[in-house]
Design a protein around this ligand. Sequence first.
Ligand code: LMR
Length: 328
Amino acid sequence: MLLTKKIYGLTTALLCAFSFNVSAEQIEIKFSHVVAENTPKGQMALKFKALVEERLAGKVTVKVFPNSQLFGDNKVLEAMQLGDVQLAAPSLSKFKKYTKKLQVFDLPFLFKDIDAVERFQQGVEGQKLLNSINRKGLQGLGYLHNGMKQLSSSSEMKTPTDLNGKKFRIMSSDVLAAQFHAVDAVAVKKPFSEVFTLLQTKAIDGQENTWSNIYSKKFFEVQDHITESNHGVLDYLVVTSKSFWKSLPKDIRKDVKAALDEAIAYGNGIAAQKSTIDKQKIVDSKRSTIVTLSNEERQQWVEAMKPVWKRFEKQIGKNVINAAIAAN
Ligand code: LMR
């Protein structure tokens, strides 16, 4: 009896020690983002989780926090530097405090379409930019597409003068501020989580975003007009902290990176689909009118906004801008 008790006690102790060790060795990756799950980024994050947990079962777990649940876009990179989150994919327009070089992606009318963006990102200069945030303790792991930006507003916008005096929400980018100032509009930097309410309460007149974000966050329900301007790109930098990345055992890091690359390819496929499907859903809803621009009208926008390039040329680097132009 005594012996049985002793064996039982020993087994329990061993089991406890074993399970403690296992959980202590499990690596947890928190992936925080601000968009809905039915978006390219939302789907990419879930795909990444599925791949990692299938291939690295018992070794790595991934927790995805969508819709700014864990961190909004103003806080996530600081939280990453502190080790409170391991993975995020903020829009390329949200890295101003970390590098000026990524501002290239915000230059209006620089990229012809998303294929040109892809060519630039995969080219020599685009790949170098993944390391542009290293000095701040961060590491770019890859780019993810969302799509080209459209401009929504409570009033119709066909020519640049239609924007005069109107208030537009922008991401935290000085280039985007300059882009709106170039057409005498007011630019208001606000986090993504606040955009719907700002539009609904008419605190602002409009905003710029992709079809996918305009649809999934219901901006089209509170905006009467969307100009199909394709005036800029909204893509993401998938980012981690250098210290977390280095802390991963080599084989695990390799598997995590492979899963990430696959998830990004999957997310890019979703982005391509959503840029037409979500646009069509908005058209079908009849809640918002889509305004298309004639070539002459579009040219007026280009002429009004393109001078912004020159102002940021020094900060970004002429070689980077030229590489982007060449990708067209
Ligand atoms: C925005 O703030 O408008 C976007 O960056 C949101 C996102 O992550 O797509």
